[in-house]
Ligand binder design. Structure first.
Ligand code: CA
Length: 240
């Protein structure tokens, strides 16, 4: 364990979510989900899909069908509707970097904080961009994706796997995620958890998951969090 001289552990790893945190991809997902449900004749609001962020596509389809038609989705419905949703997603405008994301990642790396991706995603269109958009920050061996764990967010497993990949204990890490299912997962893993509001999810939905710190944008997170980590890792000497 890495310790300060007074035995306080340092923050030495940052476990960072992808969709809605590094990339402003949630509007495209929500729009694709809404278009899919319109085609299927299932009433839905575009905003609600932000709350299902982190859940599997099959779980979201089942939730909406159960709510509308009073029965569970069949396997064929889950498969066919998710395939159609993926078609609709790629028809959306190009996904942009979340403002502030690059600055945050650079600030963490300047401080020799190990950066690890903890995503529920398997979408190669974004995973394939990480090396270009964040050079050196998220090599393949430091990525938790949909294929990495049996139980995704809100279970603690993705962030616990992230700790393993970083080689640190929970108290040596910080987690950064924008969605309630993600922050629930990180808190359950015992990690100091930063929630970041980057879309229409109300602050209360993130706060009630037990986050320790909340920022209102990734720009704000990038401006403040590195200095907070500096203070944690380099506490002022106690005056006597
Ligand atoms: Ca997210």
């Amino acid at each position: 364990m890495t310790c300060n001289s007074d035995n306080y552990p340092r923050i030495s790893a940052a476990l960072i979510d992808m969709d809605g945190t590094l990339y402003n991809s949630m509007p495209n997902h929500a729009r694709a989900w809404k278009l899919l449900m319109d085609e299927a004749g299932i009433p839905a609001r575009e905003e609600e899909f932000y709350l299902y962020e982190g859940a599997t596509g099959a779980a979201t389809i089942d939730r909406l069908i159960l709510r509308t038609w009073g029965r569970h989705a069949t396997d064929a419905e889950k498969r066919d509707m998710y395939a159609r949703k993926a078609e609709l997603f790629v028809q959306q405008p190009p996904v942009q970097l979340m403002p502030g994301a690059r600055e945050l990642v650079e600030a963490l790396r300047e401080r020799h904080i190990l950066t690890v991706l903890v995503s529920g995603s398997g979408q190669n269109s974004l995973l394939g961009r990480l090396d270009t958009d964040f050079p050196g920050a998220f090599p393949v061996e430091r990525r938790v994706t949909s294929a990495s764990v049996a139980h995704g967010k809100p279970a603690p497993d993705p962030f616990l796997r992230g700790l393993e990949l970083a080689g640190v204990s929970a108290h040596q890490a910080i987690a950064i995620d924008n969605a309630p299912l993600g922050t629930t997962s990180a808190v359950a893993a015992g990690i100091l958890t930063v929630g970041v509001l980057t879309g229409p999810i109300p602050a209360a939905e993130v706060i009630r998951t037990g986050v320790h710190i909340l920022y209102h944008s990734m720009d704000e997170c990038a401006a403040i969090l590195p200095r907070l980590i500096d203070r944690i890792n380099h506490p002022l000497p106690v005056l006597s």
